[in-house]
Design a protein around this ligand. Structure first.
Ligand SMILES: Cc1cc2nc3c(=O)[nH]c(=O)nc-3n(C[C@H](O)[C@H](O)[C@H](O)COP(=O)(O)OP(=O)(O)OC[C@H]3O[C@@H](n4cnc5c(N)ncnc54)[C@H](O)[C@@H]3O)c2cc1C
Length: 308
């Protein structure tokens, strides 16, 4: 134990490997002099295309703040979470301390950044770890839906705590049989006294195994249109089961959601979602732009790795 505790994690892993396969211990730094431990993310190789010149000083500050957090707090610990396909819950307060959740939303404790600032933050997340980026993006999507489609009371109730990541959100549109053609979704919402009964299934929903609040889209059985609802984590009849054995985004906790007669009070219906086009308001307004910046960030990370 004393010996192990004086070793770096990569050395411990290497010792375990060599004893398991009965091989002599390999000194990585001798075999591959150019190699550095995976826990050290290489510094940014250059300012790609002088991109910084296009940013305001506030946007540059946000960029550097996210970069520093990702290189210092995330890169050193993330590989083992990737291996185990687990989410590093202890880093959530570090993300909260960046004060960037809710990006473009103005008021309600949100930063009201420019779209460019949010986009470059997404890229800096993805540069080091695409899963953490997805965690953050899905949460932001839930926030944006409340901001764009929620009532004043819902915005005041949920957004401040989501901005501090004290309440984590997820966003559930996709179903087992409806992905690309999400507008055909089958989960139903039936009006009852004082609220709605949701019945159906969702698949692939990021953050859903632990999210405090789930944005669920369902078909109104009276109008046949798609409506949106805010569902709480412990709602009776709601279960979210982790999808195992993924080969990508392994740290993202994707879930299969089952809704069995889940009651949602009237006050938690998103009155701004009355058709599938309304879900697109959120998608088209900001979300797809952010998704596009994710591979840009990942490409930056790949470039930095190769440059090293
Ligand atoms: C890691 C991960 C995280 C996700 N997170 C979320 C989330 O948080 N919330 C959420 O709601 N959803 C989420 N999704 C679901 C995602 O939005 C769907 O996977 C996506 O919409 C595709 O749907 P599908 O998987 O059912 O594939 P399908 O729609 O079945 O598509 C399978 C293949 O067929 C092709 N295809 C489909 N239709 C056509 C057509 N008409 N013509 C030609 N080709 C076609 C597609 O391009 C694809 O190659 C996530 C998915 C993943 C993998």
């Amino acid at each position: 134990m004393t010996v192990l505790s004086s070793l770096r994690q990569d050395e411990v892993d290497e010792n375990a490997r060599s004893s398991y396969f009965n091989l002599p211990a390999l000194d990585v730094s001798v075999a591959f002099p150019q190699a550095t431990p995976v826990s050290q993310f290489p510094p940014c190789a250059s300012d790609y295309y002088q991109f910084d010149d296009l940013l305001t000083s506030d946007e540059r500050t946000i960029r550097m703040k996210v970069r520093e957090c990702m290189e210092k707090d995330i890169a050193p610990i993330i590989t083992k979470y990737w291996e185990k396909a687990e989410f590093p819950f202890h880093v959530v307060p570090k993300f909260a301390a960046l004060h960037i959740a809710g990006g473009t939303i103005k008021g309600y404790g949100c930063p009201g950044h420019s779209i460019t600032a949010s986009a470059i933050a997404v890229a800096e997340f993805a540069r080091v770890d695409a899963s953490c980026c997805t965690f953050f993006s899905v949460h932001s999507l839930a926030m944006l839906t409340i901001a764009l489609c929620g009532s004043e009371a819902q915005k005041q109730k949920y957004l401040p705590s989501m901005a501090q990541l004290n309440t984590v959100g997820c966003w559930a549109l996709t179903e087992p049989d409806y992905g690309s053609d999400a507008s055909s979704l089958r989960t139903t919402a039936t009006k009852v006294e004082g609220g709605w009964i949701l019945e159906g299934q969702k698949r692939w929903i990021g953050n859903s195994t632990f999210a405090d609040l789930l944005i669920i889209f369902a078909r109104n059985t009276t109008t046949n249109q798609i409506n949106g609802y805010i569902v709480k984590k412990n709602a009776p009849g709601l279960t979210a089961t982790k999808i195992e054995n993924k080969i990508g985004l392994r740290i993202v906790q994707n879930g299969d959601i089952l809704l069995k007669k889940v009651f949602v009070p009237d006050e938690d219906r998103l009155t701004g979602v009355n058709s599938f086009q309304d879900t697109n308001k959120v998608f088209l307004a900001v979300s797809r732009i952010m998704v596009a910046w994710q591979p840009i960030g990942m490409s930056m990370g790949v470039y930095d790795m190769c440059y090293r």
